[in-house]
Design a protein around this ligand. Structure first.
Ligand SMILES: Nc1ncnc2c1ncn2[C@@H]1O[C@H](COP(=O)(O)OP(=O)(O)OP(=O)(O)O)[C@@H](O)[C@H]1O
Ligand SMILES: [Mg+2]
Length: 346
């Protein structure tokens, strides 16, 4: 048993609690052909999916769509992700034998790099599960994958799992509620991950340190939960570093903040000239427990002059879509305490 490892969990014994969500996921595998796992960054989506698939003992391909971010979002790079995964799994290799391919250093390369080849691959997979982890990254593919998924649901046997941390973007990719969209109205099961409650977060840390044979005080655990809330990815990151010798809280928090800061900066860079408005909105919201629409507007206008409501709505909508802010009772807030502190350093 080891809770404090940084990779996504795969085995039930390393997977802390979240029993309801895990059981829900496993039982949905036999009831639904389409499962959506949602939750902000580091809430444990990938761990839930991998542990659930292993517990259910089903065959699966795991496609990490984040790899598309750095590549040009072409069909070719998407196919490369599939090739790498198929290459790793001997059962999948066997099933695709009838599709033309050659091998380069143990990695399969399909001879024809066309959508019908993708169809052929999925056709051969039977009722295996195909996971599209961080599926919102597929929205920029020129090849319309949502139409393809709809076709697969209608005519093939594969089961589909998608996850996303940029929940608004995932929603826009899937468009279940848009009558014009290929996936409109498809039966699916949504599983939503949430942070651990305070008691569970403390229990997770206590047990994790016990596994590592490291003595810790209740005060330290309290302090950790104060800083990281119930975000299981952060609690794991803290436990991992603390148990491995960095026996002090501040440098660990600092490293976590810098990780998130890099992510936020990347987001702001992709906003181009509008970046400064986004960063001001983030700073305004992070400075308060909860922040109203009019407060964001007031601060932005004080700095940049008049901002039309539609523009502000767009800024806030994008921040929500990317999972940077959340709306609670008509007010905006930053859900992740480390993100909140990172924003102060922008
Ligand atoms: N139930 C769990 N028990 C123990 N550790 C967990 C659990 N869930 C997640 N973790 C740990 O938390 C970290 C984040 O988990 P994971 O990568 O599964 O989350 P995620 O939501 O997919 O994150 P990201 O948004 O970065 O993709 C990892 O270090 C993982 O090992
Ligand atoms: Mg993940």
């Amino acid at each position: 048993m080891a809770y404090f490892t940084l990779e996504p969990k795969r085995r039930r014994e390393d997977f802390y609690d979240m029993e309801d969500e895990l059981n829900d996921f496993v039982s949905s595998l036999s009831k639904f052909r389409f499962i959506v796992v949602r939750g902000l960054r580091r809430y444990g989506k990938t761990s839930l999916i991998l542990t659930g698939l292993n517990a259910a003992d089903v065959k699966y391909l795991f496609l990490d769509c984040r790899l598309l971010r750095s590549a040009t979002s072409s069909f070719d790079s998407f196919l490369s992700i599939i090739e790498a995964e198929v290459s790793k799994k001997s059962w999948a290799r066997r099933l695709i034998r009838n599709i033309d391919y050659f091998e380069v250093g143990g990695v399969i390369k399909f001879k024809f790099r066309r959508p019908d080849v993708l169809l052929g691959i999925f056709e051969n997979l039977g009722d295996a599960v195909v996971v599209f982890d961080e599926a919102q990254e597929l929205r920029n593919l020129k090849f319309k994958l949502d139409g393809f998924l709809a076709y697969a649901l209608d005519h093939l046997d594969i089961r589909i799992v998608v996850s996303g941390s940029e929940v608004g973007l995932l929603h826009k990719f899937l468009r279940f509620e848009d009558p014009e969209a290929p996936l409109y109205g498809r039966p699916h099961k949504t599983i939503e991950l949430r942070p651990l409650m305070r008691e569970a977060a403390l229990d997770f840390l206590r047990r994790g340190f016990e596994q590592e044979g490291v003595d810790v005080s209740d005060d330290l655990l309290d302090e950790a939960v104060k800083n990281f809330n119930g975000v299981i990815g952060w609690l794991t990151y803290f436990g991992y570093n603390y148990a491995r010798g960095l026996r002090s809280m501040d440098p660990i928090i600092d490293a976590a903040i810098n990780m998130v800061l890099a992510e936020v900066k990347h987001f702001l860079e992709t906003r181009g000239l509008g970046g400064s408005r986004y960063s001001e909105a983030l700073k305004t919201i992070s400075a308060m427990e909860r922040c109203s629409w009019s407060e964001v507007k007031r601060r932005l206008e004080a700095k940049f002059g008049r901002i039309p409501d539609a523009t502000l709505a767009n800024i806030l909508r994008n921040l929500m879509d990317y999972g940077l802010i959340v709306k609670v009772d008509d007010e905006y807030t930053i859900a992740d305490p480390i993100l909140r502190r990172a924003i102060k350093r922008i």
